[in-house]
Design a protein around this ligand. Structure first.
Ligand code: 6PG
Length: 247
């Protein structure tokens, strides 16, 4: 089941452009309601900036595109560390109707009970999807964006965490993060992240080369377990690409 495709690009600017084109292509392929799952960390920031430029902004039918987030840090919505907060400041608040921005409700929930907050987001996703079980022929998302952490985590699915093995719940609380910021997290699980037409990883910079070497060697790490039921694409820039990569 190795449906992963690696696409090498020159640098972070080229990576953001390539990602933006893929976002547009996925929106263009669906004439109805589109669902896109964003991600946090620093990797998607440049893509978000590109989407906000007139050239891209004018090509997106904002009224019919819905934006979700694959994982969230348990901090207030306006905290600089809040993943959806970054996406909103960078492009969504200027471009998307408020009703199309589906944030994880950390503001109204108790950080001591991340599972409660997770359950609320699970309900929101299921009501948007119109069912509480996944239908393989009808993915939840058109596109799911992902990043890779230095320990091989993706979304807030950390190596060895029980959340990785979850098959029933769509969203779970993660009491302890493996990397900074060390705040509780909320994360979508592998089956729901994988329920998409395309899963798109953005991986850039020399700091990612060591973990990419391990991932390409097929180590059993979370990022290697995240696969779309459709297409899985890893956009990698030159600095991140391991030297012996033959592609
Ligand atoms: C988060 C992210 C996380 C991220 C990776 C890569 O909440 O931190 O969703 O999975 O994608 O840690 O982070 P960078 O993009 O900052 O390298």
């Amino acid at each position: 089941n190795d449906n992963r495709r690696v696409i090498a690009v020159a640098d972070p600017a080229a990576l953001a452009e390539a990602a933006a084109e893929r976002v547009l292509a996925r929106i263009g392929a669906n004439s109805g309601r589109v669902a896109i799952c964003l991600t946090g960390g620093s990797s998607p920031r440049q893509l978000y900036q590109v989407l906000a430029t007139d050239a891209y902004r004018s090509r997106i039918p904002w009224q019919r595109v819905h934006w979700f987030i694959g994982d969230e840090r348990f901090v207030p919505a306006d905290d600089p560390l809040n993943n959806m907060g970054m996406a909103r400041r960078t492009f969504l608040d200027r471009c998307a109707p408020a009703a199309n921005i589906h944030l994880i409700p950390t503001a109204t929930a108790d950080p001591a009970d991340p599972d409660r907050c997770a359950a609320l987001y699970e309900q929101e996703l299921q009501s948007f999807y119109g069912a509480d079980t996944l239908d393989q022929s009808r993915p939840v998302f058109d596109l799911v964006l992902m990043g890779v952490g230095p320990d091989g985590h993706t979304a807030s699915l950390f190596p060895g965490d029980p959340a990785l093995e979850e098959t029933a719940r769509w969203v779970v609380g993660v009491p302890r993060a493996n990397v900074e910021p060390f705040v509780p997290r909320i994360t979508l699980t592998l089956p729901i992240l994988g329920s998409c037409r395309e899963m798109l990883f953005e991986i850039a910079g020399a700091g990612k080369r060591a973990i990419l070497t391990r991932l390409f060697a097929r180590e059993n790490l979370p990022a290697n377990r995240a696969r779309s039921t459709g297409e899985t694409v890893w956009l990698v820039d030159r600095e991140a690409l391991p030297e012996d990569f033959g592609g």
